[in-house]
Design a protein around this ligand. Structure first.
Ligand code: TRP
Length: 449
């Protein structure tokens, strides 16, 4: 058997996994969900879920990957032949995410360009609306973003991108910190900071918890086989528990900062209007250009910021496409180029449908959601919790927690062992199931609390 590559440096694994995890989920999706689902209460629920469910699921996936040394398609089958299909289900999730990830990536590309070309008009109220509702522009930018992603995967230049990201990601962190400090110190930001940091339990609902759970899995690339793949490349000398903590802290810190940058700004520029807070996917694009417009050298800073977001989005879209393509190669012995072209064509077709959902098809909604929101809901609020829950069931009752624990303990004690066993066997699957069912019922308007 061919020996799998392993990460060399100590920090190499953590950086690579965190680099893949940090993307639009942190910068675009987290702030708009937090704004929409009650601010502080969403943040609190998210943090609690991250240190409980997020932690046990990530450690489980990394350990499964390192133990089996297999890709997610084969890993579950190797643990228990009856559960082979769970690996397939997990690998299917990126297929759902890919088209609209590229659509939003296209929006970011457009805004990078707009900042450079004419920062001021991007700050006007109607700019975003007229852009997304157009039947051509967002589709052109979708093609640009998806095209770059496709070329990277075809030519296999990921390694170069990874090197570049070691420079650009820290830069993104620095500029995000600087922007959040700038926004927080502006006079109009008080109400927004309070909304974001002070939990109001009146805003708590199953929908909030389900949204936070889906976001957690999405942001940390959990329940879709990604961390299994990374685990399979992790050397046996590394401490899984510690690496998991570091990836989690890194990913959460970026999401937190993105919220701190965007939510107070929404308050300042809209006066805390409920409508603006719940505007969803458009939040970052409507708010940030106004901030850049109000600050000195805003156009340059704005262009740089969107460029860095674009880069973060690109590293993630490349690894999403790569995950699907390598799945197709493994499962159907397809050629790399055929698989990549096929998935890209599919991505364009669905991406175009999502895009038109903001324009000529905006009257068409499914349970009150636009097409993009609906795809996002199905993948993140249904499939991810479902796969996460089933992973816990497999570990808790089929292969038994000891199989994971012994892998984690290969080098040093597993500090949270007892917590892990209780969580993976009972607490996580039962609670995920409860959150999933009540959240879905609430979204359909069947359950009202
Ligand atoms: N976690 C990524 C983000 O926050 C998005 C993502 C979802 C992803 N699935 C993935 C990234 C698969 C890499 C691979 O934006």
């Amino acid at each position: 058997m061919e020996k799998r590559n392993t990460f060399s440096g100590k920090i190499g694994f953590v950086l690579a996994a965190a680099g893949s995890a940090v993307g639009l989920g942190n910068l675009w999706r987290f702030p708009y969900l937090a704004a929409k689902y009650g601010g502080g209460i969403f943040l609190l629920v998210y943090l609690i879920l991250a240190i409980t469910f997020g932690f046990i699921l990530m450690i489980t996936e990394i350990a499964i990957g390192r133990k089996t040394q297999l890709s997610p398609l084969a890993a579950f089958g190797a643990l228990s032949p009856k559960w082979n299909w769970l690996g397939k289900l997990a690998t299917f999730v990126p297929v759902l995410i890919f088209p609209y990830y590229c659509l939003i990536g296209g929006w970011v590309t457009k805004y990078t360009y707009a900042m450079l070309a004419d920062g001021q008009s991007a700050a006007s109220d109607s700019y975003f609306g007229s852009y997304v509702s157009s039947s051509t522009e967002p589709i052109i930018w979708l093609l640009v973003f998806l095209g770059i992603t496709m070329l990277v995967v075809i030519f296999g230049v990921n390694k170069g991108i990874e090197k570049l990201s070691k420079v650009l990601m820290p830069l993104l962190l620095i500029i995000t910190v600087a922007l959040s400090v700038y926004i927080v110190s502006r006079p109009g930001s008080k109400a927004g900071i309070r909304y974001y940091l002070m939990p109001d339990f009146g805003n708590l609902s199953f929908k909030t918890v389900l949204a936070a759970l889906g976001q957690l899995f999405y942001s940390m690339s959990l329940a879709m086989g990604i961390m299994i793949t990374y685990g399979s490349y992790l050397s046996k000398e590394e401490k899984i528990e510690k690496s998991t903590r570091q990836i989690e802290v890194f990913d959460t810190a970026i999401a937190f900062l993105a919220g701190l940058m965007i939510i107070p700004a929404v308050f300042e520029f809209s006066g805390g209007d409920k409508e603006a807070l719940s505007s969803g996917p458009s939040l970052m694009f409507v708010t940030l250009p106004k901030v850049f417009n109000a600050m000195p050298a805003g156009r340059v800073i704005g262009a740089l910021f969107f460029f860095l977001v674009l880069f973060a989005a690109l590293t993630s879209s490349v690894s999403i496409l790569e995950a699907i393509v390598s799945g197709l190669i493994d499962a159907f012995k397809m050629k790399r180029i055929t698989a990549t072209l096929l998935v890209s064509a599919y991505g364009i077709a669905l991406g175009v449908i999502c895009s038109l959902g903001f324009g000529i098809w905006s009257d068409f909604t499914i349970i009150g959601m636009s097409i993009l929101d609906f795809m996002d809901f199905v993948s993140n609020s249904i499939f991810l919790p479902l796969v996460g829950m089933l992973t816990c069931v497999v570990v808790g009752f089929v292969i038994k927690p000891d199989a994971i624990i012994s892998e984690v303990e290969l080098n040093g004690p597993f500090k949270m062992k007892h917590f892990y066993i209780a969580m993976v066997k009972w607490i996580a699957p039962v609670l995920i199931f409860a959150i999933l069912v009540s959240g879905i019922l609430q979204s359909f308007g069947i359950l009202k609390i």
